[in-house]
Design a protein around this ligand. Structure first.
Ligand code: 6PG
Length: 475
């Protein structure tokens, strides 16, 4: 029997779906799970794909079933379990075999795993996979980090299973070691910002315009047929219109307003801070999830402080709803510009040479942030791959100029009505700070010099780097 092209360990939801996708695209795959029952159940339910699947009950059998050099996808819970699984696997592997971590790993763990395998003859791929269960089964977006040789070994299989945007596969080799997992992390950071901004707009419609969930669903449905067309807007319409099977009312009204988070948004914000790159929309989104989880404290605070009394001051509701659409687009531009700026800094910091047009290209389909908008980003970065910031490319500068007025009106109205819009406001603040050549940090520099003699540069270039604070001003 011909050997399998690839192996997969971990038949949980994501692993099973990925394995079925691989098999369905005509690739023979060996599978293994820690508990044998899961392997048997998976195989029994694989139907007509069974012919492409080699179910294995021992690691020896599993490794022997794969054609060397063996690519082995590990799809298990991120963190220590991956290290443990790698240790278990290592004694059975041979030179040039490739362990592939397809979970949402912290790229620093991926870098460490690379480093640890350096002299072992084995190699490693850190692979970001986006698209959830459905994506894994029918076409995810795949972000690969590793050696070019290891990429070449898996390119064919991964290309066959990736989502396609107009025939163009959403998979690419993005660079060495942690590049793939870093890009996946930033994908998730942007996902957090996108989701938070949508939630803020929903809040304005619900609490400001007093619209029902179903009515708001209609608004998102309309927007999904326009410039905001994207997977997240599409599912927002669906979740807002879904009825609760128990009460018959909108399910969204019954869902507790406490958001979970598994870490990728936080890592994006931390890495942005580490490199000194402003990613305020992502940071605001992470902070908003944290504040959402403080439900009991928020309930207590509302009793003590009350809600700000202002009503949303809107003369023309239809025009305001149009403004909300443009505001969301403007804020989204800010979030994506920040995410790409973080990747560009990381590319230099870690020596990856990350290809910005390619990243935008492979996010156009398959992943959670997939959208028409990413096609526009692909075009902008293809024309100008080394641009300092997406918002100064001609196409996006024009979009910012066209929509930032709406963002300003929406943020102002929401702030006056006491409706929280931290991510939308952060995007506006980002535009306003980034586009202003004369800022206010001269005061900060003067203060730093005053209390700490930290020095400053002068605008006239003169060689005098301290202020006249000594002459009695310190008293
Ligand atoms: C994706 C998703 C996926 C997952 C996140 C959710 O790209 O397919 O981002 O990776 O849904 O882990 O993260 P939180 O639980 O932190 O929201």
């Amino acid at each position: 029997m011909a050997q399998a092209e690839i192996g997969l360990i971990g038949l949980g939801v994501m692993g099973s779906n990925l394995a079925l996708n691989i098999a369905e695209k005509g690739n023979k795959i060996a599978v293994f799970n820690r508990t044998v029952d899961a392997t048997r159940k998976f195989y029994a339910e694989a139907g007509e794909l069974q012919g492409q699947i080699v179910p294995c009950e021992t690691i020896e059998e599993f490794v022997a079933a794969i054609r060397p050099p063996r690519p082995i996808i590990i799809m298990i819970k991120a963190g220590d379990p991956v290290d443990q699984q790698m240790e278990l696997l290592k004694p059975y592997l041979e030179k040039n075999d490739i362990m592939i971590d397809a979970g949402n790993a912290n790229f620093r763990d991926t870098m460490r795993r690379f480093e640890n395998l350096k002299d072992s003859g084995l190699t490693f791929i850190g692979m970001g996979v986006s698209g959830g269960e459905e994506g894994a089964r029918h076409g995810p977006s795949i972000m690969v980090g590793g050696t070019e040789d290891s990429w070449k070994r898996v390119e064919k299989v991964l290309t066959s299973i990736a989502a396609k945007y107009n025939e163009d596969p959403c998979v690419a080799w993005l660079g060495e070691n942690g590049a793939g997992h870093f890009v996946k992390t930033i994908h998730n950071g942007i996902e957090y910002a996108d989701m938070q901004m949508i939630a803020e707009i929903y809040g304005i419609l619900r609490d400001g315009l007093k619209m029902s969930a179903t009515e708001i669903g209609e608004v998102f449905g309309t927007w999904n047929r326009g410039r905001l067309n994207s997977y997240l807007i599409e599912i927002t319409e669906k979740v807002l219109k879904a009825a609760d099977p128990i009460t018959g009312g909108p399910i969204v009204d019954l869902i507790l307003d406490k958001a979970g988070q598994k870490g990728t948004g936080k890592w994006s914000a931390i890495e942005a801070q580490n490199m000194g790159v402003p990613a305020t929309a992502i940071e605001a989104a992470v902070a908003a999830r944290s504040i959402s989880s403080m439900k009991e404290e928020r309930e207590a605070a509302e009793k003590v402080l009350g809600l700000p009394g202002g009503e949303l001051d809107i003369a023309d509701k239809a025009a305001f709803v149009k403004d909300l659409e443009s505001a969301l687009l403007a804020a989204k531009i800010g979030a994506y510009a920040q995410g790409f700026a973080v990747m560009s800094a990381a590319s230099k910091e870690f020596g990856w040479n990350l290809p910005m047009p390619t990243i935008a290209r492979i996010w156009r389909a398959g992943c959670i942030i997939r959208s028409q908008f990413l096609d526009e980003i692909t075009t902008a970065f293809t024309k100008d791959p080394d641009v300092a910031n997406l918002i100064v490319t001609p196409a996006f500068a024009a979009m910012v100029k066209e929509t930032d007025g709406a963002l300003r009106r929406v943020v102002s109205a929401a702030v006056l009505a006491g409706l929280p819009v931290p991510a939308l406001a952060s995007a506006l603040g980002y535009f306003d700070s980034y586009r202003r050549s004369r800022g206010t940090a001269n005061v900060i520099q003067a203060q730093r010099d005053f209390f700490g003699a930290h020095g400053f540069d002068r605008t006239d270039g003169k060689d005098s780097h301290h202020g006249p604070w000594g002459s009695g001003l310190n008293a």
